[in-house]
Unconditional design. Structure first.
Length: 318
């Protein structure tokens, strides 16, 4: 059974991008301190932020005083929390490391997400480390059943991102993960630009995924890039090869109603150990957000083109 699409993400902010869609951004892509993160988001007039780290410390690792300060600061700024980005099963935790660190982080985030007013926690599905493909997939599914059961106890929804891990790079594996775990506490996060780093065409996989299950995607990251693998270079949305406008239009046509959250990767790329933001971080973040708004206005909403013909081409190419 597939999960219900309707999941609250905290206070509903003003300033919808399109009916049913809200803009947000991953704060630490703009600045290390929470004050800088909030300033970058609010400078765009947006009222949702996605939290990953504060002063270089993951949200789960903040001590009690620092976390309480985070809650007060976010509330004082009038921001809602779109999602919390965890390290659960991500690029830093291969399948060989076991599940204990992930369970610890999930238990830590349970009450913290409640305090922040969000139910969404971003996860991945374990990079391989020596297993054959069948055993890798089976172990990922086993662990995700454990994690989603624990998430459900806290009222959380795990959002699996199409990034590092077994289920991250094909619609078929994403669908298999959803159906075999079979829990309303597991949904999908689709990142428009992750295909560049992992050698696949994200748009084509999105077409296949939405054909099977239009309601599978519960959250979206906006990213764009040129090149592939280690040679991928990140760009403003619409200036790369990730077909960002086509992805967003396709999601709207499929009935997506949620958040478009920017992850520019122009100044910060944690998975490449590029964790120090320059002075231009907030400026680049704001420029990226404005560029996305313009792209939406000119190529997503005003365009009368449709993706139906392209969807048919992708089907015929299988």
């Amino acid at each position: 059974m597939l999960p219900d699409r309707t999941v609250a993400v905290g206070p509903l902010p003003r300033g919808e991008a399109v009916p049913g869609i809200l803009y947000a951004g991953i704060g630490d892509e703009a600045g290390r301190s929470l004050d800088h993160q909030i300033a970058a988001v609010t400078s765009l007039g947006w009222q949702l932020i996605e939290l990953r780290s504060i002063d270089g410390v993951a949200l789960a690792d903040l001590d009690g005083e620092a976390f309480d300060t985070c809650v007060r600061t976010v509330r004082a700024a009038g921001l809602g929390i779109a999602c919390v980005d965890s390290r659960i099963a991500d690029w830093s935790r291969p399948i060989s490391q076991g599940i204990d660190a992930d369970l610890w982080e999930l238990e830590r985030l349970g009450p913290r997400c409640a305090a922040l007013g969000t139910r969404y926690v971003r996860v991945m599905s374990y990079p391989n480390d020596g297993l054959d493909d069948a055993d890798w997939g089976a172990e990922v599914i086993r662990r995700m059943r454990v994690l989603t059961a624990r998430a459900a106890e806290y009222g959380l929804v795990l959002l699996h991102e199409n990034c590092a891990g077994w289920a991250g790079r094909s619609a078929e594996r994403m669908w298999r993960l959803l159906t075999e775990v079979d829990s309303p506490a597991l949904r999908l996060l689709f990142d428009t630009g992750n295909g560049a780093a992992y050698h696949y065409r994200a748009y084509d996989e999105l077409v296949r995924l939405l054909e099977v299950c239009p309601e599978a995607v519960a959250h979206v990251h906006v990213k764009d890039a040129v090149g592939s693998g280690a040679g991928a270079a990140y760009t403003l949305p619409g200036e790369g090869e990730s077909r960002v406008a086509d992805c967003l239009r396709l999601l709207l046509e499929a009935g997506y109603a949620g958040v478009w959250s920017i992850e520019p990767h122009l100044a910060l790329r944690p998975h490449e150990s590029r964790t120090e933001l320059g002075d231009d971080g907030p400026v680049l973040f704001a420029e990226y957000g404005r560029h996305l708004e313009q792209l939406v206005a000119t190529e997503v909403l005003d365009s009368r083109r449709t993706v139906r013909e392209e969807s048919s081409r992708v089907r015929s190419d299988r």
